[in-house]
Design a protein around this ligand. Structure first.
Ligand SMILES: [Zn+2]
Length: 445
């Protein structure tokens, strides 16, 4: 193991062991542990460190290498330090042990995204200790609360601390997992945009009564089950949007694969021939999806329920907002639409950055040093990242990383928020070297 690989591996292991688990509640996360860890890691490097703590324990850390020219482009490397919960009984190794086993670091956050956060920190420290004095400023932000709504992290910082975290370009998770294109050359996806999320609660009402007399009663749970079934049966409109076209063009797959995927009539039937992980991804990229996820209702075994609340995770395409979602729900529910009331909705619309920026050109140049002959392809992320807060400020933000060929796109899909999350140390080294090269290319002037 090289020194650099050992350094980034060790930092990742410690970040995993800090177990900054974010369950969505204000008191969870405790990212202060990893802010302390990183502050200690940067100690003695001469880098300026600032800490921000909008709520107790929800600490974010900013490390800066100030550029020499204010007008030169600046770059923010954005990594989150929180992780989602893990069900330990389903894992083969301790999800918070950070164990190194056969060249892989195991644990929650190993690919989402403590791997990248660790590699960004090591790249920043190494650049500083080599005396890197760029024209443009380099900022590393280890941010709290990405795995919930960003309230105590990127939302807060992008609104109130833009002097500290604002930059001309942002890179965060994830992307960059190498996959061969139709011509055999590797493709490295760059997440230029992401779907929106609209999380809402539908209330279904009925009439209470004694459950010993169910004949012809108005049972809210029975109605709710029909509502769920209609949502599950709904066939959403297929939307062939620009980023999807650019992605398919970039992959250079054979025409017999590509053509149906560009035809709204043929896309869904064509998914049946693909591996299920890829089919699910392609479906989500081209449709507004609705997943019923939580149900609360009923009071007692012998009472006909008069109220059931259903929570839906709805993911929207570029350009869609809450009225579009309401129209889709009305269409899906048909004559049941007037049996439900939307009592809560959190609409977080889709965001997109252009793919023709100096940062894109930098990535194109730099990646040749890792995978010669590879090509970048723009892609729409189906999940949300903190990039959205910066895109809304008008800043181009991409999701990218550098990975070995050990794990496939299917593996990554399974491990994101899943069991047995792990990353190989070669990928850690590649990402660390890539961030250094990106900073040198974009900021050096
Ligand atoms: Zn993440």
């Amino acid at each position: 193991m090289t020194n650099l690989t050992a350094e980034v591996t060790d930092l990742l292991q410690h970040l995993i062991r800090n177990a900054c688990v974010n369950d969505g509640s204000r008191g969870s996360g405790n990212e202060v542990r990893s802010a302390d860890l990183l502050a200690g890691y940067f100690d003695g490097s001469g880098i300026d460190i600032e800490r921000y703590e909008p709520a107790p324990g929800r600490t974010s850390l900013v490390a800066r290498i100030e550029g020499r020219r204010a007008e030169a482009p600046s770059l923010l490397l954005l990594g989150h330090t929180d992780v989602v919960p893990a069900n330990e009984s389903r894992w083969r190794h301790d999800p918070f042990g950070g164990e190194l086993i056969d060249g892989e670091v195991w644990g929650r956050g190993a690919i989402d995204m403590l791997n990248l956060t660790a590699s960004m920190a090591v790249a920043t420290r190494r650049l500083a200790s080599e005396g890197f004095r760029p024209d443009g400023t380099l900022i590393f932000l280890a941010v709290a609360d990405e795995e919930a709504l960003g309230t105590w992290g990127s939302e807060h910082l992008s609104r109130h601390e833009l002097d500290a975290v604002g930059a001309d370009y942002v890179i965060t998770e994830s992307g960059g997992i190498p996959e061969p294109g139709g011509d055999g050359a590797l493709r490295l996806p760059v997440l230029v945009g992401e779907k929106g999320s609209c999380w809402c609660t539908l209330r279904v009402t009925g009439t209470p009564g004694h459950a010993s007399l169910p004949y012809k009663t108005d049972n809210a749970l029975v109605t709710a089950s029909r509502v769920v079934q209609r949502l599950a049966d709904h066939v959403p409109e297929t939307r062939i949007h620009d980023t999807w076209r650019q992605f398919l063009a970039g992959m250079a797959l054979p025409p017999e694969v590509t053509e149906p995927l560009l035809d709204p009539e043929r896309l869904v039937p064509a998914l049946a021939d693909l591996p299920v992980g890829m089919a699910r991804q392609f479906h989500a990229c081209t449709h507004t999806t609705i997943a019923p996820t939580v149900v609360h209702g009923g009071t007692k075994t012998n009472v006909i329920p008069d109220q059931v609340d259903l929570q839906l995770d709805i993911r929207t395409l570029p350009g869609q907002t809450l009225p579009d979602v309401q129209a889709i729900l009305d269409e899906a529910l048909g004559d049941l639409a007037d049996r439900v009331e939307m009592i809560e909705a959190h609409d977080d619309p889709s965001t997109i950055s252009p793919a023709d920026t100096p940062l894109w050109d930098t990535l194109e140049r730099v990646t040749q040093g890792f995978y010669a002959g590879s090509h970048l392809v723009p892609m729409l992320s189906v999940g949300a990242t903190d990039a959205r807060f910066f895109r809304r400020q008008g800043t181009p933000a991409y999701g990218f990383g550098m990975f070995s060929r050990k794990l496939t796109f299917e593996d990554f899909g399974r491990m994101f928020h899943g069991d047995d999350e792990r990353v190989d140390v070669e990928s850690l080294r590649l990402s660390t070297e890539m961030w250094q090269a990106v900073a040198r290319d974009l900021l050096a002037g």
